[in-house]
Design a binder for this molecule. Structure first.
Ligand SMILES: [Zn+2]
Length: 371
């Protein structure tokens, strides 16, 4: 175990030592569950960042005899460093591998700090990681901070009804993160498709590719001897899921696979440690979104109008997912299903992404006005 003095480093960041003192989310909201490392099975730990909203991603650690496997880095170096310092307090076993569950920045941008540790991802996630540009997020952050300057970004001319609304949304949602100066994430050293078994100090971690679903290259990590599954971003708890890749049928199959493993604990990509009930709720959410999308397409209602209608309907607040954070993600989910049905999957270029963010910003502003 590292000296207790290592805890001091957290204070320097202004974030405190999350396992013991953090009572607030990165956005400053009251934490709905404790942050930091928590043991979820024998020698299996989850790093939780309440409340699981944008960028508040979880990580994991599987500790064997003299070797440990990390699951995911975080969105920036400061957050990743804090998580790794906490890991050193849990065990002095060196990391022999680090699994990157998918290519979204909040699960891999901090991978620079892993040095020589062998990083492992699906080939599809590696392809996404090769395209990731933290500098683009830094530019968006700067533009948002400057208010309406966001209107000059590529895609803005068709995406923005009200540039100031989008600027406020982006400034708030990216507010806790430090992208300035961040280099593109390093390429995973080892890639695979399908399944891969990692062993470390007598422990086995089964990596199963389940994407494309949330993103192009999703995988889950099953630790059979502890009955723990790190479901990554096919599981969101207390926060609305967002589908960047789809199809939703794959997402459904991924959830069913996790359930079939009968885990004692499931670590979602965002939100608190959960069980089967939370995954079943996600399956019902996708049923609801798909039924609504089919109705909207039959009536010729576009994704944005449909999302607006559903979110502002009085019955939404009473729905099982009515209290989940970031309900405006419904727009992206409907847009994905609409495009998938038309044979045009969502494209992850900055123009399309800004258009999707602009839609979410407008919905968020409308919801805020109703509160
Ligand atoms: Zn994530």
């Amino acid at each position: 175990m590292a000296a207790a003095g290592a805890r001091g480093a957290g204070g320097e960041t202004g974030l405190g030592t999350p396992a013991t003192t953090e009572k607030r989310s990165l956005f400053g909201a009251p934490a709905r569950y404790p942050g930091g490392w928590t043991e979820v099975g024998p020698g299996v730990h989850a790093w939780l960042q309440p409340n699981g909203d944008l960028g508040e991603s979880n990580a994991g650690l599987v500790v064997g005899d003299g070797a440990a496997v990390l699951v995911d880095a975080l969105w920036d170096e400061r957050l990743t460093r804090r998580m790794l310092q906490g890991a050193r307090e849990l065990t002095d076993a060196p990391l022999t591998a680090a699994v990157l569950t998918h290519g979204d920045g909040d699960h891999c941008y901090g991978a620079h700090l892993l040095g020589e540790v062998e990083t492992v991802a699906t080939a599809a996630a590696a392809a996404q990681i090769a395209e990731e540009r933290p500098a683009a997020l830094a530019a968006l952050q700067r533009a948002a901070a400057a208010g309406t300057a966001v209107a000059r970004l590529p895609g803005a001319e068709r995406a923005l009804g009200d540039a100031a609304v989008v600027a406020r949304y982006v400034a708030r949602k990216f507010g806790p993160y430090r992208f300035a100066g961040l280099a593109p994430p390093p390429a995973p050293r080892r890639t695979f498709s399908g399944e891969l078994e990692l062993t470390a100090g007598g422990r086995t971690a089964r990596l199963v590719e389940v994407g494309p679903a949330h993103s192009a290259g999703d995988l889950i990590v099953h630790v059979p001897d502890a009955a723990v599954v790190f479901a990554a971003d096919v599981a969101f708890v207390g926060v609305t899921p967002i589908a960047w890749a789809g199809p939703i049928d794959n997402w459904r199959r991924a959830l069913e696979l996790v359930l079939s493993l009968e885990p004692a604990a499931i670590v979602p990509g965002h939100g608190p440690v959960c069980g089967a009930a939370e995954l079943e709720a996600l399956l019902r959410y996708w049923d609801w979104v798909e039924v609504a999308s089919a109705r909207g397409r039959a009536a010729g209602t576009g994704a944005y109008e449909l999302a607006r209608e559903l979110l502002l309907a009085p019955e939404f607040a009473a729905a099982e997912w009515g209290g989940w954070d970031s309900p405006e993600r419904l727009y992206v989910n409907l847009a994905l299903i609409e495009r998938t049905a038309a044979g045009r999957p969502l494209v992850r270029n900055p123009r399309d992404q800004l258009a999707l963010f602009a839609g979410m910003a407008r919905l968020d502003a409308e919801l805020e006005a109703r509160r």
